[in-house]
Design a protein around this ligand. Sequence first.
Ligand SMILES: N[C@H](CCC[C@H](N)C(=O)O)C(=O)O
Length: 333
Amino acid sequence: MQIDKVHGSENHFFLLDQTKLKTRLSDQELINFTKKIADPQTGILNGSDGVLVVDQSNHEGVAAQMRVINADGSEASMCGNGLRTVSRYLAQESNVDQFKVQTLNADLQVSKSGNFATSVPAFSVEISPVSFAAEKLPFKNLNTEELIDQPVPEFLPNLKFTAIAVPNPHLISFVSAEELASDDLGILGKRLNAENPYFPDGVNVSFAQILEDNKLFVRTYERGVGFTNACGTGMSATSLAFAITHPDQGHFEQEITVYNPGGMVKTIVHQIGDTYTIDLTGNATVTHHIEISEADLHAADLDNVAITETHEESAYQKFVTQLPKVSDIAVKS
Ligand SMILES: N[C@H](CCC[C@H](N)C(=O)O)C(=O)O
């Protein structure tokens, strides 16, 4: 049995296709396997932010199903960077470049897009459904039904926050370069993902710096994970918050470039009536193939795996090196 190590913007995952197994891993086995392999101490290849689980879909017109198990064993309703890598995997399996993938709450349109750079394949995925409603995030005890560009001194003084479910929950603040570099994001992220009165299910927290018109840098503290190199749904939700709260700089229906600690993605934010959707485009990189027996998968035993490197990472690193330095862009604006 082969599993892959993949990444989108260096948001790393192991990809497991349950349809290739004689017996599928149960939910408990998936949790055990994820906790083991994703942990840099007990896992392989420095661990990951989680495991992407591919399975059959029984929805009509849908190619397959993707589930997202976070590094701590919790399940996320969506993963934007992960969906791009799952899309690439499915496209290669089926030789089809455009299809739908079932996620926990929605069937999402995906498609192959032009390479991001030489030997850096890229995919585009739909991020939806979007909601601002307190019960959808969910959040409570904030005396508001929607949190859009509002100060919340209980979180941090002097910052404004926007909460968006896409449909996994995100809390976003547009901040200065100094604030971005401070410890505040980690402290707030930890607080809102421990037991707290506001986000009972935890929340992915993103701080964004506006670099120029349609250009952002986003850093995310993820629920179930901690600091990540990049969070696809986070960058998508932040792009939407940008267009809504800074309409002079962030524009609907125009490409937004989002830099992150692991690279860069492109987003386009759409509004049809009062419905929002976001397109997220970025790399879908396979760094390793891993051979593991079916019995070892079920037992979460990683002692006898055989790892082969694909050599795609050097092309990705070259692409990252060619990106403009965020500090240079920020100084220009
Ligand atoms: N990294 C993912 C999101 C994982 C979400 C997860 N941490 C949660 O909502 O629990 C992304 O690229 O969209």
